[in-house]
Write a protein that binds this ligand. Structure first.
Ligand code: FAD
Length: 297
């Protein structure tokens, strides 16, 4: 069997999607939405995927992935490009818009509204809108956002080549991205509010062996310092409240994700964090309209 040509596939045009009736509209082009899109096209549904930025979702923000079967290690950007090519091969139209509201219709279908006002009629919706980073709760975070406070090491790390940086967080993403930063920055300090890490032990051991990585445990960042760009952070000990200054050129934040589900509020049942509640078959309170991925619980 010939393998498909991943290099020459082109996007199916969404045309004027509000003038058509779709079998399913998939919201989000991360791994969840892309998987849903592939299945929709394989079952010959008339599907449309709406993505507000780019195909790949959080995968594109990841340095490397080591737990995707079939790939010992794959760069996030490479995997995201493969997702994009896969959708093209299956002729799934992708519309580059932000979904702003869902309107259930008495007839049983829905109108999916986007932020520019168009409303797309569809029989079903698949919600795969994932999550966004939880912002660092520190003074001046907003002032330095994009000027040394970053939520994406793979996007911004190279601006701080050979300079000291810190990583805030204790989960898998924090440890993984700190390892990447340790290969380009002069020194990486991990700031974590506890002793224990949620990251995988193997990844943590690898990080501990790096000669240019330090750990500040039981600390939080209370303030970001700088003029035009970041020059340091104030660390606060969580038990004693004692403060100390750490000189860094950038702060990379990995404190977890919050669900991108505001557009479905009041329409679909959610928990207090905004995660869409699903049953064992991933069905939401709207019945056949499923949700998947980082935005569902
Ligand atoms: C730094 C980092 C490292 C990671 N490393 C790993 C790893 O090594 N292994 C692993 O298994 N997982 C890893 N993850 C987690 C993994 O990336 C996520 O679990 C996965 O991407 C979730 O997929 P998703 O499809 O649910 O959502 P997402 O990837 O969040 O995709 C959701 C998509 O929906 C779009 N969207 C959101 N709202 C709207 C809207 N209103 N309208 C239109 N589009 C919208 C977004 O733009 C986004 O493209 C990592 C995550 C990060 C941030």
């Amino acid at each position: 069997m010939n393998s498909p040509d991943f290099t020459t596939a082109v996007s199916a045009s969404p045309g004027k999607p509000w003038e058509e009736e779709w079998d399913t509209v998939i919201i989000g082009g991360g791994p969840g939405g892309v998987s849903a899109g592939i299945y929709a096209m394989r079952t010959q549904l008339k599907g449309l995927l709406i993505e507000k930025s780019y195909i790949g979702g959080q995968v594109s923000l990841t340095n490397a992935i080591e737990n995707f079967p079939g790939f010992l290690r794959v760069e996030g950007m490479d995997l995201a490009q493969r997702f994009d090519q896969h959708l093209k091969l299956f002729n799934l139209p992708v519309w580059n818009k932000t979904v702003s509201a869902l309107h259930p219709q008495e007839s049983g279908g829905y109108l999916v509204e986007v932020s520019t006002g168009e409303k797309v009629p569809t029989r079903t919706i698949i919600i795969a809108s994932g999550g966004s980073p939880i912002r660092l709760p520190a003074e001046n975070e907003e002032k330095f956002y994009g000027h040394g406070v970053s939520y994406c090491a793979i996007c911004d790390g190279h601006f701080f080549r050979e300079r000291p940086v810190c990583v805030v967080g204790g989960g898998g993403s924090a440890v993984q991205e700190a390892e990447y930063l340790s290969t380009i920055c002069s020194r990486v300090t991990i700031i974590h509010r506890r002793e224990g890490f949620r990251a995988q032990p193997a990844a943590l051991s690898r990080l501990r062996e790096k000669p240019n990585v330090d750990f500040k445990l039981n600390y939080v960042v209370s303030e970001v310092l700088g003029d035009d760009t970041v020059t340091g952070v104030i660390l606060k000990h969580v038990q004693t409240g004692e403060k100390e200054e750490l000189a860094v050129a950038a702060v990379f934040v990995y404190l977890g994700r919050q669900p991108n589900t505001d557009f479905a509020r009041g329409v679909v049942e959610m928990d207090e964090e905004g995660l869409i509640l699903v049953d064992r078959r991933m069905r939401t309170s709207l019945g056949c309209t499923p949700a998947c991925g980082h935005g569902s619980a």
